[in-house]
Design a protein around this ligand. Structure first.
Ligand code: C5P
Length: 223
């Protein structure tokens, strides 16, 4: 049985991909399944926490007891995360947010015009950075997928985004990350120190992640 060590804690989770529409029927997205975020939600619920999941379009069902706020685009995800931030104690950003959206979203389906077709993209806001800038005593956890220089890049992200730590995972390892039931993560801290975890189920990763988050929270409260 999980310890009920999160009773009264409020956990806000972003999960899944975002969709950036080009026109009413086409969008830019990625293969994020939402499994990692929903596993964090399940683990937090089993430990007695209240949970809100802001989720992009996913095909898995949310754990019983979680409040789900469905969104599609990064801008909608940002608004929903901002709206629930004040309420939260722990924020876990597992969502694979699209870095760019179309500069202009057409109201009508675009017809094929010629061989070459150029889409102008503009950067999406960084949701985690926005929340990090008003962090307070909350614990903020991000995810990052890197193919190279993982620890160094993740530590930089933790510092820039003001996250307590980043769960680094690897898109190219079999059975893990995108879509898989397992994950292999490294917790990377802003000072560049890190802790490697072996491959395990996403639910077990969630357990370790929340243990680490609780440690940070107790530390913050004592300061
Ligand atoms: O994409 P990147 O590797 O920078 O993502 C690191 C963390 O920042 C992830 O937790 C992701 O959910 C978050 N992020 C975000 N908004 C973005 C891009 C990433 O919140 N626009």
């Amino acid at each position: 049985f999980a310890p009920k060590d999160m009773v009264g804690r409020k956990v806000l989770i972003s999960a899944g991909p975002t969709r950036e529409y080009l026109d009413p029927v086409r969008f830019i997205s990625n293969p994020s399944s939402g499994k990692m975020g929903f596993a964090v939600a399940e683990e937090a619920l089993s430990r007695g926490a209240e949970v809100v999941i802001v989720s992009g379009p996913v095909s898995i069902s949310a754990p019983v007891g979680a409040t789900v706020v469905p969104v599609e685009s990064a801008m909608q995800m940002r608004d929903a995360m901002e709206a629930h931030f004040e309420w939260s104690d722990v924020v876990v950003m597992t969502a694979a947010v699209a870095d760019y959206r179309a500069a202009e979203q057409k109201n009508e389906k675009q017809a094929k015009v010629s061989e070459h077709f150029t889409i102008e993209l503009v950067p999406n806001p960084d949701i985690l950075s926005g929340l990090g800038s008003k962090k307070g005593n909350r614990v903020l956890v991000g995810f990052a997928m890197e193919t190279h220089a993982g620890v160094e890049r993740a530590a930089g992200k933790a510092r820039r985004k003001n996250a307590d730590f980043i769960c680094l995972n690897y898109p190219t390892r079999e059975g893990t990350a995108f879509g898989g039931d397992d994950n292999q993560v490294t917790f990377v801290f802003p000072d560049g120190t890190f802790q490697d975890l072996p491959r395990m189920s996403k639910r077990e990763v969630a357990e370790h992640l929340l243990d680490e988050a609780l440690k940070r929270m107790q530390w913050a409260i004592q300061q």
